[in-house]
Design a protein around this ligand. Structure first.
Ligand code: UDP
Length: 334
């Protein structure tokens, strides 16, 4: 027995957004751990070929009848929710898309869970809830003050989850990711956004000759080299943390929040330099204006997740993370 669960009880997991970048790595990880997996994804930004295991249901969180049938016909222990809009710049330009996709649709999902008495939820939150942090590194107790609608909508869901716990006993773990990157060692799944806006895949597109240069957004931040500093965390390390969080919930834990990062910051210029070394390619840089809504520095203190979940990131060096992304991109681009 672990807690009140029998070792032979394989967790039955609904992965919402399992065709996306982080969700597809989660599905692969859950499969390796023997979980029973159902994937729900509307394929708006996800890709069918990234789902490597489980039953796939194509559909939208706005479809109440579909959600009812998903929960009525399957025995689900826990829901992991990866389906969200997640681009800072887009959220500034089109905030209502974020309020609808990230808050309203999550409320629909939680309502369906309430109707079917499913009490465990793992939520993909973000470092963007902190905004321009008032202390570094950022702990879970650092004050939250999102500087863009993306972060605001994720924080609103965290609040909604606390209210659902009070209201009907939904137990949730909110995982605040810093900058997810890298790809599975198999190089069969990885990051493929359309359009791509994230730094590492864009830098690798330049290395692969698919893009002429990388625009560095802002070079007058108050950082050593003037560019923004972020905490990059490998996607399989995120998956490991989700699995551990899920087991903690299934064993009776109370609702809680964890930061997931490497606790090391790298500037945009350092990322480009590391990518040059990993790929042995020229990567042309062009200085560009700051991107709206970007805080200067986001670096996590993840000691709580390491201590309480037993989380041990396996891909701690930036070069390993970039190398795994490069292996995937070389396959995906070819
Ligand atoms: N960035 C950049 N050029 C790009 C894309 C991103 O300089 O073409 C910077 C961005 O301003 C931020 C960092 O790279 O400081 C990471 O951005 P990304 O979009 O990858 O992740 P975010 O931090 O927004 O979640």
């Amino acid at each position: 027995m672990i807690g009140d669960r029998c070792l032979s009880d394989l967790p039955k997991v609904l992965v919402v957004g399992g065709a996306g970048y982080i969700g597809s790595h989660m599905v692969k990880y859950l499969d390796k751990m023997g979980a029973v997996i159902t994937v729900l994804d509307n394929l708006s930004t996800g890709h069918r070929d990234l789902i490597t295991a489980g039953e796939f249901i194509e559909g939208d969180l706005g479809d109440e009848a579909l959600l009812n049938s998903v929960f009525e016909r399957r025995d689900i222990d826990v829901v992991m929710h990866f389906a969200a809009s997640s681009l800072v710049a887009e959220s500034v330009a089109d905030p209502l898309k974020y309020y609808t996709n990230n808050i309203s649709r999550t409320a629909s999902l939680l309502s369906a869970m309430q109707r079917h008495d499913i009490k465990h939820f793992i939520f993909s939150s973000t470092a963007a809830v902190y905004g321009e942090p008032d202390e570094l590194p950022i702990t879970e107790n650092t004050s939250t003050n999102p500087s863009n609608p993306y972060g605001a909508t994720k924080l609103a869901v965290e609040r909604m989850l606390r209210d659902c716990d009070t209201g009907f006993g939904l137990k949730s773990i909110c995982l605040r990711y810093f900058n997810a990157c890298g790809a599975d060692d198999s190089a069969t799944i990885g990051e493929r956004h359309q359009p791509e806006t994230h730094l590492i895949p864009l830098v690798l597109q330049v290395a692969a000759g698919l893009r002429e240069h990388i625009s560095v957004f802002g070079h007058d931040y108050e950082t050593e080299d003037g560019t923004c500093i972020r905490d990059y965390i490998h996607v399989n390390d995120l998956a490991q943390a989700h699995y551990q969080a899920m087991m903690k919930l299934l064993n009776g834990a109370e609702s809680i929040t964890y930061n997931l990062g490497n606790s090391a910051g790298f500037s945009v210029r350092q990322v480009v330099e590391q990518a040059r070394m990993v790929t042995a390619k020229e990567i042309k840089v062009v200085e560009a204006a700051r991107r709206r809504g970007d805080p200067a520095v986001l670096v996590a203190d993840s000691a709580k997740a390491r201590r309480e979940l037993g989380w041990q990131p396996q891909y701690e060096s930036l070069s390993t993370m970039i190398a795994s992304a490069w292996a995937w991109h070389q396959r995906d681009f070819s």
